[in-house]
Design a protein around this ligand. Structure first.
Ligand code: ATP
Length: 425
């Protein structure tokens, strides 16, 4: 497989306002090259032995991340996004069989001992996980957890300076009354506030790279946008580049420079965020777009679900793994798994029928059947409030929603009702 390079200006994104780097610690592995890309993942392969056989979780992932760049990695559950990132961080279980190469500033990370990886983790590359409670220790005050992170990489930092920096970091991520909140325990914060603390810890040592694995998935939709803004602040303050992992193309739209789409353990499309959203060439990417309500739609487009589920990663048959779900499937698709074909301007797609997808110009209804939106409605000829009224007649309205009216929706339209937990959407 060819390594697909991510684009980027090569200049760090922002100022470093929260302390100074001690580069010799983070960069003390053999092969350090300050001019090398921040992260080069080359033909990464990860398998897990299981009772059912070898699970080929990651089957040849390659990407390059440069300074100041945000790379979105998108794909369905089980497509290998997290395993790819855990391999980069050296956090896979001992049973994992790993091949390929992961270089941070030219230094090979695969096979490096855990003490040596600790020099890179947190300072060279830090990670934000989906559930903040997996990162935070429930029995320590959040301030202490930030201070420890700082002092792991800077033993000369006094306790008082670490305390002051913790308050500064909590302010940066938008925790009100930070000087008092440093003394709070994780359970005293809401989920969104806890994720802000985790972001503060991830940026504490001004890493070169932040890997954020589904950082907003566990949060209320109203909080998700705020956390994306906080991540943006983290990048500005640290000058870090970011790998943003999500199953939601909508999340990467406003944040990423480039997007890597994964399917069944492999990248199936890589391109700029504009190419992926407006000119995708892989039917799977088009299907993902079609199943997502778009803010730039005219309001009349239908959603197009991808029918079926991804293949088992044990004993995969030859051919394109997406073929059984693909509306453009032909016999040749079953012969061999297509490599990433260059379709122009740093854009590549693993499909032998890209010229047909090209003609859709991002409109999934050109290729996929549109079935989903109508299934939400009992009767296409009447607006949604009549359906709600019919349900109310049968069940009786709940006291909380009595007097509220349903939004005016006609057949085929997509609407969202959002609100924080307990708001009776
Ligand atoms: N320790 C393990 N042992 C066996 N199989 C594993 C292990 N860890 C992950 N897998 C398998 O590897 C595949 C990829 O998992 P991964 O967590 O990377 O997917 P993902 O794209 O991040 O999905 P999600 O969004 O649900 O986290 C899955 O089939 C998963 O079951």
């Amino acid at each position: 497989m060819t390594t697909q390079e991510t684009s980027g200006s090569g200049t760090p994104a922002g100022a470093t306002s929260i302390g100074t780097l001690a580069p010799e610690r983070a960069h003390s592995l053999p092969g350090f090259d300050p001019t090398a890309p921040l992260l080069e993942v080359d033909d990464l392969q990860v398998s897990f032995p299981t009772q059912d056989g070898l699970v080929h979780a990651v089957r040849g992932v390659s990407y390059t991340l440069r300074s100041g760049e945000v790379l979105g990695i998108v794909g369905e559950s089980g497509s290998g996004k997290s395993v790819t990132s855990l391999a980069v961080m050296g956090l896979l279980p001992g049973s994992a069989q790993i091949a390929g190469s992961v270089r941070y500033r030219g230094q090979e990370l695969l096979g490096v001992s855990d003490p040596n990886m600790s020099r890179v983790r947190g300072k060279g590359v830090s990670m934000i996980f989906q559930d903040p409670m997996t990162s935070l220790d429930p029995v320590y005050r959040v301030g202490r957890q930030i201070e420890e992170t700082l002092r792991v990489h800077d033993k000369r930092l006094s306790r008082r300076a670490a305390e002051a920096r913790s308050v500064e970091l909590l302010e940066l991520v938008g925790i009100p009354n930070a000087a008092n909140r440093v003394r709070s325990y994780p359970h005293e914060f809401s989920g969104g506030m806890r994720q802000r603390v985790v972001i503060a810890i991830a940026m504490a040592n001004q890493p070169d790279v932040i890997i954020a694995d589904e950082p907003t998935t566990a949060l209320d939709v109203t909080v998700q946008a705020q956390i994306l803004e906080v991540l943006d602040t983290a990048l500005e303050e640290t000058g870090a580049a970011m790998v943003l992992i999500t199953h939601d193309l909508g999340v990467v739209a406003g944040v990423a420079d480039r997007v890597l789409v994964m399917y069944a353990g492999k990248p199936v499309e890589i391109g700029s965020v504009e190419d992926i959203y407006y000119e995708p060439r892989m039917p799977y990417t088009l299907g993902l777009l079609g199943s997502l309500p778009r803010l730039d739609s005219t309001g009349r487009e239908r959603l197009t679900p991808i029918i079926g589920s991804p293949p088992s990663l044990v004993n995969m048959p030859p051919g394109c793994p997406f073929a059984p779900r693909c509306p453009l499937h032909i016999a040749e698709c079953d012969a061999a798994e297509p490599p990433l074909f260059d379709v122009g301007r740093g854009h590549s797609a693993a499909c032998i029928r890209t010229e047909i997808v090209e003609k859709a110009h991002g409109d999934a209804t050109e290729v996929f059947d549109d079935t989903s939106a109508d299934t939400l409605l009992v009767d296409e000829s009447r607006p949604l409030e009549e359906d709600v009224a019919a349900v109310d007649r049968d069940r009786g309205p709940s006291p909380e929603v009595e007097g509220e009216t349903a939004p005016d929706h006609a057949a085929g339209e997509t609407g969202s009702i959002i609100g924080p937990k307990g708001s009776n959407q």
